[in-house]
Design a protein around this ligand. Structure first.
Ligand SMILES: [Zn+2]
Length: 147
């Protein structure tokens, strides 16, 4: 699980279509808001250099959507995922990341500020494979007011 995968789960929830994926996104106002374009893409390339990758040219008819995801929706969704997985939604359990330090002219380890380098969530037991953890109650109409 990473930020990209989690944003795909969020998009599917906002779109209200299981398995829905965004294929492109653009930043719109207000800051932190994304306009996502996508569909359900069941077809992957069977051969060639893109073998195994999603074929965005072959969406399931009728699933094409443009959706708007706000920063508040993202934050709420990521927090909810943390509560179900027990994994930090910033470093995804890596406890930090390598960043380039111009001062030291070298890569340096930066401890994740969100989880203080634990990779987890305080008070929440970490599940074995967070990738398999569906967000809690995806059917709950948290975005009901906007539909
Ligand atoms: Zn973290």
């Amino acid at each position: 699980m990473n930020a990209y995968d989690l944003s795909q789960l969020l998009a599917a929830e906002v779109a209200g279509i299981p398995g829905w994926q965004w294929s492109s996104s653009e930043a719109i106002d207000p800051p932190g808001t994304l306009l996502m374009t996508g569909a359900v893409y069941p077809v992957t390339y069977k051969s060639g250099p893109r073998k195994g990758r999603t074929n965005y040219g072959k969406p399931t008819p009728g699933t094409e959507r443009k959706i708007v995801v706000t920063r508040a929706q993202r934050d709420e969704f990521f927090a909810r995922w943390e509560q179900s997985s027990g994994v930090c939604s910033d470093c995804f359990g890596d406890k930090g990341r390598e960043v380039w330090s111009t001062k030291a002219n070298a890569k340096q380890w930066q401890t994740c500020k969100r989880c203080n380098g634990t990779g987890g969530v305080e008070g929440v037991e970490r599940v074995e494979d967070p990738a398999k953890t569906a967000p809690v109650d995806a059917q709950a109409s948290l975005f009901g007011g906007t539909r």
